[in-house]
Design a protein around this ligand. Structure first.
Ligand SMILES: *Cc1c(COP(=O)(O)O)cnc(C)c1O
Length: 438
């Protein structure tokens, strides 16, 4: 393109605004960047078309604007799709966030929520922060502090995803990592023989992988005694947030796929000083980091300056209160994650058949599987009848994702799979409408 033919920012903005329903300031900024880029590239002899490049950028921007999607992947806690489903209220409200309605004085943020969590999990006290990574950072900073030493098994120096690496987070907290044992085997004696003093012993549930074969590790149940023998506190990061291994909220008790997942109530009962977990994994609530445990330990966390930097906001407090009240009142079976997780296969087969029939698409219902996801219960899956679309290649997947609202299916071995376990039944008509466009 000749430099003289470059459109003005105004003209390009006008053209782009026809196709993209985004605030004018955003379109102007993209148009200006594209024109500058075209001018520079024309000078260097390989001209770029500003209309094409601006269109490409706006398409990327508008598809990354936060919106709701239908999760037909069968991964119930899909990290890319926001883990557990969340409700967003759009009516703004003032609240008694830090106001005590009884005394008319300033009150404590999340006071009720903390008492509710403690009563539900069976701990002395509780503290909620922004997410579990924040909970871990705060725990290490408050309990070990600058230059304090924290012992961890080498088998648990893990990367959780999104480049979250435990050794890096520990370094950021100021605590010194004391590596114990080997990658595949760590024993009680390895901890007992750690030279020098340690302030804390940390055990991290290796949530997204499983070490098999010639392995040995010290279970959560033995860790408190070891830590206390060393004169240290025991921090248990159970990650996934299964509240009780007996799952009293599920008729017929714990499903097989939960086998071996450490649970908050039991790890606390075994004597952990603090237990940390995410709000949006197996708990089924909003993004949050929940800390439960002994009063003296949790109070040290609450007083640390990092606690202020990772504190929770009003919507999270509201949503997490509803989640924990469901557990406390025996109705946690109604939490969307658990409804999806325990939905019977006959029911899913019926729904899938109905969606296939009303959509007019062609495909077959085959035996498939769903995953709890978000790194919970690695290696275990939930049997699920799924829809394999005939001739469902990448273009089929794309067409479903381009539907309004987007329907995100799974891709497996070159075919497109629609799995309704992760879809609430009221969204079935949307899936059918998307399939009807194929
Ligand atoms: C998921 C996970 C985390 C990180 O939790 P976020 O809530 O995503 O910050 C930390 N530790 C373990 C063991 C986890 O499974």
């Amino acid at each position: 393109m000749d430099l003289r033919d470059l459109p003005s920012v105004d003209a390009l903005t006008g053209d782009l605004s026809i196709d993209f329903d985004l605030p004018r300031a955003v379109v102007v900024s993209v148009a200006r960047d594209a024109i500058n880029e075209a001018r520079d590239s024309a000078r260097s002899g390989s001209p770029v078309d500003p209309v094409l490049s601006a269109t490409r950028r706006l398409r990327t921007l508008s598809s990354s604007r936060l919106r709701s999607v239908v999760n037909a992947t069968g991964v119930l806690l899909h990290t890319n799709l926001g883990r557990a489903p969340v409700g967003v209220t759009d009516t703004p409200f003032f609240s008694n966030l830090e106001f005590d309605l009884e005394s008319g004085q300033r009150g404590k943020r999340a006071h009720y929520l903390h008492e509710l969590i403690a009563a539900t999990a069976g701990s002395e006290t509780a503290l909620v922060v922004n997410n579990n990574a924040g909970a871990l950072l705060l725990s290490l900073a408050a309990l070990a502090g600058r230059d304090g030493r924290v012992a961890v098994s080498r088998g648990e120096l893990i990367e959780i995803g999104g480049s979250f690496r435990l050794p890096d987070l520990m370094a950021a907290s100021g605590a010194h990592l004391v590596e114990v044992g080997t990658t595949n085997r760590t024993r009680r004696s390895d901890f007992i023989e750690v030279p020098g003093t340690v302030e804390a012993v940390l055990k991290v549930h290796p949530s997204n992988y499983r070490v098999e074969g010639f392995t040995e590790d010290v279970p959560f149940s033995e860790m408190p005694e070891i830590a206390h023998h060393l004169g240290a506190l025991f921090i248990a990061d159970v990650g996934s947030g299964l509240l009780d291994e007996a799952t009293p909220w599920i008729d017929g008790g714990p499903p097989g796929w939960l086998n071996g997942e450490p649970a908050v109530r039991q790890v606390l009962g075994q004597g952990a000083d603090i237990v940390l977990f995410s709000g949006d994994k197996l708990l089924g609530g909003p993004q949050a980091g929940v800390i439960v445990g002994k009063r003296n330990a949790v109070e040290r966390l609450a007083k640390h300056p990092i606690a202020r930097a990772v504190r929770v906001n009003t919507p999270t407090i509201a949503s997490l209160t509803a989640t924990f009240e469901a557990y406390a009142s025996g109705t946690a079976g109604t939490i969307p994650f658990w409804q999806m997780a325990v939905s019977p296969t006959e029911e899913l087969r019926r729904r899938t058949g109905h969606v296939l029939q009303i959509s007019g698409a062609t495909g077959s219902i085959v035996d498939g599987e769903s995953l709890p996801g978000a790194g919970s219960v690695p290696g275990l899956s939930i049997p699920t009848p799924v829809l394999r679309i005939d001739g469902g290649d990448e273009r089929t997947w794309r067409a479903l994702a381009d539907h309004e609202p987007p329907v995100i299916a799974a891709r497996r071995d070159g075919s497109t799979i629609v799995n309704l376990r992760s879809v609430p039944p009221e969204e079935d008509p949307i899936v059918a409408a998307a399939l009807a466009t194929l």
